[in-house]
Design a binder for this molecule. Structure first.
Ligand SMILES: [Zn+2]
Length: 291
């Protein structure tokens, strides 16, 4: 028995060492491409996105989006959950918005998620884990009719993966830090993704329809205006004060218009230069938001 443990530990240590060897090879490759690569990286980060993903080893955000270190600010946990009282994730959200000035928050779930699968079963996976999975069970309970309408277990799991992303996007919309940023005129857009492990593709989930209007009334928070307020904050173009609820809707509408607009123009205006597309987009969106 003792010998077996020693043998197993040697094998495990070799595997561990392989990871460190991989790091040496990574540094070598990067320096071959650019000898200042790490010196530049050390100067600071300027990520444009906050991604909240699953800890699953098959869903590495940088690799599947071909982005480099420094481009995405990342938080990962089991089944990409945004728990309103989680100190960890709230610090990440606050830092991303208030200090890194990130404008895009992405919740990325993935197919074949072990956390989602475990939440659909009644077997215990351990005290703390059972507690964590409760959050997903709540989503399952809420959408069980739709989820159970699928005959295959894999389809049921993937459906809950999507529903879980939607619910976590809602949790971000309800988040006071995010709401405060909207009221202060910092446009944070929230996106929901499903990464398909079996194909490698990311699917953007359409989320606007899933936001119940009454949610905003219950969760809206009124912040006291800052003592020194710039004219653009809390006011529309005519200088009228914008309610927190209206601010959120305006940004949601803006995000939705940008998304559909970009899709429309890239499909129908392939020979038009980017500047013109942007000009048309701004024109359309401004017109739409002023209604
Ligand atoms: Zn997962």
């Amino acid at each position: 028995m003792q010998t077996q443990i020693v043998h197993e530990s040697i094998e495990e240590y070799k595997l561990y060492n392989k990871v460190l060897e991989g790091n040496k090879s990574y540094v070598k490759k990067k320096l071959a491409q650019d000898e200042d690569y790490f010196r530049k990286l050390a100067k600071g980060q300027n990520p444009k996105y906050l991604l909240i993903g699953c800890s699953d080893s098959r869903a590495p955000p940088n690799e599947i989006t071909e982005t480099d270190p420094g481009e995405i600010f990342i938080h990962r946990n089991i089944a990409n959950i945004v728990i309103p009282t989680d100190l960890n994730i709230n610090c990440v959200i606050q830092y991303a918005i208030e200090h890194l000035k990130v404008h895009n928050i992405i919740v990325m779930g993935h197919t074949c998620c072990g956390g989602i699968k475990a939440a659909m079963k009644q077997d215990s996976v351990g005290g703390l884990l059972d507690l964590w999975l409760n959050q997903i069970k709540l989503v399952y309970e809420k959408h069980q009719e739709l989820i159970n309408s699928f005959a295959e277990e894999d389809d049921q799991i993937n459906c809950l993966c999507c529903m879980n992303v939607r619910e976590q996007v809602l949790n971000i919309w309800r988040n006071p830090i995010v709401q405060k940023s909207w009221q202060e005129g910092h446009p944070v857009m929230v996106h929901g993704w499903l990464f398909r492990v079996e194909t490698g593709f990311i699917e953007e989930l359409s989320l606007e329809d899933s936001i119940p209007e009454e949610m905003s009334k219950i969760f809206k928070i009124k912040f006291k205006p800052p003592k020194v307020q710039s004219p653009s904050q809390h006011e529309d173009e005519e200088g009228n004060a914008i309610s927190p609820m209206r601010a959120r809707r305006r940004f949601q509408r803006m995000q939705s218009r940008i998304e559909t607009g970009i899709r429309h123009f890239t499909i129908h205006m392939q020979n038009v230069d980017e500047e013109e597309i942007e000009h048309k987009l701004v024109e359309n969106i401004e017109q739409d938001l002023s209604v």
